[in-house]
Design a protein around this ligand. Structure first.
Ligand code: COI
Length: 354
């Protein structure tokens, strides 16, 4: 499929420096394509960034048939622009599509479209340390119909946003409350997808945690509320007694690309890694007896986010002395080193776009 290009007449002001707030700015252009039952995915185009026009009966507004992805473009020391494992994002997008009855996309074509858009917007990729261009592909249902069924038409879009660190506090360890009331996902549900509904369902607990002075919540499973699943909008990893432990992918946990990359790096560095069920009781016992050495979240947006304390049933348990632990720091340095092209990439994960 050919990608047509229409350039904007109104170029925007770009943010300067390192303090770029996450998710505020968008670039001059976006990529769009549409789906209809008779034509399949068609009309691939790069156009000036602009609002969508929507009928009030547009199905996504009512039934949330929508999925998205998140990845980044990085500017390396030579000024070249790099992507990190973009195929993985579009493969995961298709897993999300399948669960949400949305037609699949062509992975290679979407990577090509992403690269073409990023190349056009290359001046928007910031160069200050810890900045990047966040890439947000998404698909939503566009039939104008009040009845509940899968849409027959869809909008695919990729927008770009220059960003600094996800948390304004950067790599400072965060305080986490173990959530005992709300759950973000259930067995057989949509937890493994990147659908907006998962994030909507997580907002109340996040708000309540913030009101109590915590940064985010640690999610327990939706069936027994006994096993650890994720932290905030990230995967979660622990170092317990020298072993790296993370919840096994069970259908209600997002298969994070950062998670997968960190596990590979850890195994290759010789760490013992276990993907298994971790009960909250096991975690709290480890926190009590000192064998919980480190804990951190992992995701595209924050890369790694060290956990400085855990709150559960009226008690606060400090992790790693409230500081970033050595393994967490090593992982941050290694993964961001590969992403920004600062260190050798033995995996071929970092791809130069232009
Ligand atoms: C990520 O860590 O990449 C996320 O999922 C957060 C994103 C929704 C902003």
């Amino acid at each position: 499929m050919e990608i047509s290009v229409t350039l904007t007449q109104n170029y925007k002001q770009k943010p300067q420096g390192a303090d770029i707030p996450f998710g505020v700015y968008t670039t001059d252009h976006m990529f769009l394509m549409n789906y209809s039952t008779d034509k399949g995915w068609h009309d691939a185009r790069i156009v000036p960034y602009a609002p969508f026009q929507m009928d009030p009966a547009c199905m996504v507004l009512h039934y949330a048939q929508e999925i998205f992805e998140g990845m980044k473009a990085y500017r390396d020391a030579e000024g070249k622009i790099r992507l990190f494992r973009p195929e993985e994002n579009f493969k995961r997008m298709n897993n999300s599509c399948e669960r949400m009855s949305i037609p699949a996309v062509d992975v290679d074509f979407c990577v090509k479209a992403t690269k073409q858009l990023v190349e056009l917007e290359k001046d928007w990729v910031p160069s200050a340390p810890n900045t990047s261009l966040y890439i947000r592909p998404f698909i939503f249902a566009t039939d104008n119909h009040i009845g509940v069924h899968a849409s027959h038409t869809y909008q695919f879009a990729i927008i770009l946003s220059p960003v600094g660190p996800y948390y304004a506090t950067g790599l400072a360890p965060v305080s986490i409350m173990i959530e005992e009331e709300d759950v973000r996902a259930v067995r057989g549900g949509t937890g493994f997808t990147k659908c907006g509904g998962n994030y909507a369902a997580s907002l109340r607990a996040g708000e309540r945690a913030e009101q109590k002075g915590f940064s985010q919540v640690l999610w327990l499973d939706g069936v027994e509320q006994k096993y650890i699943e994720e932290v905030g909008s990230m995967n979660v990893l622990f170092k317990i007694n020298g072993t790296i432990v993370t919840p096994a992918l069970n259908g209600s946990i997002l298969p994070g690309i950062t998670r997968k990359s960190l596990l590979q790096i850890l195994r290759d560095k010789g760490y013992k890694v276990e993907e298994r069920r971790i009960s909250v009781d096991e975690l709290i016992s480890a926190a009590k007896d000192g064998s919980l050495e480190e804990a951190w979240g992992s995701g595209t947006a924050a890369v790694v986010s060290p956990i400085g304390s855990l709150y559960f049933k009226g008690e606060t348990y400090e992790v790693s002395g409230g500081k970033i632990g050595p393994v967490t720091q090593e992982l941050y340095d290694t993964l961001t080193g590969i992403q920004w092209g600062k260190i050798a990439d033995p995996y071929g994960w970092s791809q130069v776009v232009c």
